[in-house]
Design a binder for this molecule. Structure first.
Ligand SMILES: [Zn+2]
Length: 325
């Protein structure tokens, strides 16, 4: 089998890559062992979506055992976590033969990130998703702390930056430190509205207030943080779709316009996503693979191991080239 090695200045003209790309050299993959995955950087990758990580599977819930098993399965099958910024900037850098995966965590519940107080020190609860993921990375150092937390600043029942008012033992004062901790670790934050508003039913003004105030809350926790993505609550678009990407809201308190700009918008389902190097890649409508009761990660991964439209992205190990079979 022949495969093309395309060398190009990707960073300079990412959107023009496919039209401008010219094969620079052609190499044979005949010598590769039969078990090696053939590079295919125009294949698909999964954007997995977790909500609550709790005692048992259910709607918007996976059990802690299942969450750990899903991490193990992704790792064993050659997936490596990446961040949204690497997709948007087209700087994916995963080893040869591996496939990127973007983790997304919606709704900011304590089940995702719980602190416990031990002798006056805050430690990450090892039974919360962040604790489990960081523990997994400790014993699998080829993974780094990457993934996207689509946080709600002000929803009810503890869905306010991972818990407040004593819900699930979480103090209100811990909310901002949690966001800062995530960013320091290497994770990223995304908008999910102020309190999980169904954007389809509101006026343009309310849509912009929901998105701008959520961005402002993240900025209060992590000053200067650039929010690049929005996860649509329930996958519902505002009537005026453009407002999902850009908008502004006047803050009477600070007497200024608070602006937001989302380069990426996440749907709630749709299967594995196209490669960022695929000309049809559209960050403004990114499909996801929801993991909850009734869904099974291995079904999606099995599909991606077969030839066809969901065939998986396989890296050639060189971030400067885009290799196709
Ligand atoms: Zn949500």
């Amino acid at each position: 089998m022949l495969r093309q090695v395309i060398v190009t200045a990707m960073l300079a003209v990412p959107s023009l890559l496919p039209a401008q790309a010219r094969p620079q050299s052609v190499v044979s993959s005949g010598a590769a062992p039969s078990t090696a995955r053939v590079p295919n950087e125009l294949g698909r990758f999964p954007i997995v979506e977790w909500h609550q990580v709790v005692a048992a599977d259910g709607t918007y819930k996976v059990s802690r055992e299942r969450f750990r098993a899903e991490l193990r399965e992704l790792h064993a099958r050659g997936y490596v976590p990446v961040n949204l910024s690497e997709l948007l900037d087209k700087t994916i850098n995963v080893p040869a033969g591996k496939t990127p995966v973007l983790f997304t965590f919606d709704d900011a519940s304590p089940s995702q990130f719980r602190y416990i107080e031990r002798n006056g020190t805050l430690v990450v609860d090892p039974t919360s998703a962040v604790g489990m993921l960081l523990d997994f990375i400790k014993v699998h150092p080829d993974w780094k702390p990457k993934g996207l937390f689509c946080a709600l600043p002000a929803a009810e029942a503890g869905h306010a930056f991972f818990g407040d008012k004593g819900i699930d033992g979480q103090k209100t004062a811990w909310r901002f430190p949690k966001l800062r901790f995530l960013v320091q670790q290497g994770f990223e934050l995304c908008n999910h509205t102020l309190w999980h508003a169904k954007l389809s039913k509101y006026s343009d003004a309310v849509v912009q207030e929901q998105l701008a105030r959520a961005a402002m809350a993240i900025d209060s926790a992590v000053p200067g943080y650039r929010v690049r993505g929005l996860a649509l609550p329930y996958g519902l678009w505002p009537k005026n779709r453009a407002l999902a990407f850009n908008g502004a809201w006047y803050d009477k308190r600070s007497k200024r316009d608070v602006r937001y700009r989302h380069e990426a918008v996440f749907e709630v389902s749709g299967g594995p996503a196209r490669s960022p190097y695929d000309p049809a890649f559209d960050a403004r409508s990114l499909p996801r693979v929801p993991l909850q009761g009734g869904t099974k990660l291995s079904n999606t991964l099995d599909q991606m191991d077969k030839p066809g439209k969901w065939a998986r992205f396989v890296s050639d190990g060189n971030p400067k080239t885009v290799v196709t079979p």
